[in-house]
Write a protein that binds this ligand. Structure first.
Ligand SMILES: C/C(=C\CNc1ncnc2c1ncn2[C@@H]1O[C@H](COP(=O)(O)O)[C@@H](O)[C@H]1O)CO
Length: 238
């Protein structure tokens, strides 16, 4: 019998409530697996009924008086007006701007926060927030619940999220979704390198470069993700 057994005159409940043994197990991988599982359960449970959503990525360091902050705010507002929830990393900079635009336009403003050594917390414009310990669990939520992405200028974090989305499309792990690179001058160096080095080297193919729209126009960015008529799925050479 599994439940209700008595050992040494105590019950399982009593042992559970009284036990104050060593705590090393809290820092072991089997216990982490349960925490990881809990992050997926929490994320799936919170976002399951979200409806149409767009991810907005970009630098955590963009100040509120920067033109790109204003652009991200407009992107968030227009997406909300188009009935899209806006999903960001819930942090400062571009994330905050997109959440602000969405929330102030009456939309669903999702923040998928991440535990960092320097705590920043969710920005005040998130109205549906989840905090993650693990980047990979959080990234799953972005690509599972957003049907398109607007990517503004950013650093390693933004590039990581951009290339995660592009890799999933390229390898057909997801049905293609639109990806917009907002800020043509910022992205031109990377796009040039992709064309002149990665493509020439045979590391990517021509259709891979058609996976994204590059624009400086908020309306064009929003139109590309909201009414993407036929998202491009690149051909993979056999
Ligand atoms: C750098 C500072 C705070 C960082 N706080 C973050 N909170 C939430 N999400 C973050 C944070 N930093 C990075 N991210 C994720 O990566 C992308 C931005 O990274 P980048 O390197 O700045 O481009 C962003 O989309 C988030 O998902 C204090 O200023």
């Amino acid at each position: 019998m599994r439940g209700g057994t008595q050992r040494q005159g105590t019950t399982t409940d009593q042992r559970l409530l009284e036990s104050r043994g060593p705590t090393d197990w809290v820092h072991t991988d089997p216990w982490r697996v349960l925490r990881i599982q809990a992050e997926f359960v929490d994320g799936f449970g919170t976002l399951a009924e979200l409806g149409p959503a767009t991810g907005v990525f970009g630098s955590a360091r963009t100040p509120a008086d920067h033109p790109l902050y204003a652009a991200a705010e407009q992107v968030g507002a227009r997406l909300a007006a188009a009935g899209q929830a806006v999903i960001t990393g819930g942090g400062p900079g571009i994330m905050e701007a997109a959440n602000k635009g969405a929330a102030e336009a009456g939309g669903i403003s999702v923040g998928l926060g991440i535990e960092l050594p320097f705590e920043t917390g969710l920005n005040p414009y998130v109205n549906l927030g989840i905090n993650f310990r693990y980047f990979f669990a959080r990234k799953t939520m972005f690509v599972k619940y957003a049907q398109g992405f607007v990517v503004l200028p950013g650093g390693f974090g933004t590039l990581d999220e951009l290339f995660e989305a592009l890799t999933l499309v390229q390898t057909r792990k997801v049905t293609s979704f639109p990806v917009v690179l907002f800020g043509s001058s910022y992205w031109s160096g990377l796009l040039g390198w992709l064309r002149e080095t990665a493509l020439t080297h045979g590391a990517i193919s021509e259709p891979d470069l058609e996976m994204f729209t590059v624009t400086d126009d908020v309306d064009e960015a929003v139109a590309a993700v909201v009414a993407d008529p036929e998202p491009v799925t690149p051909e993979r050479p056999e």
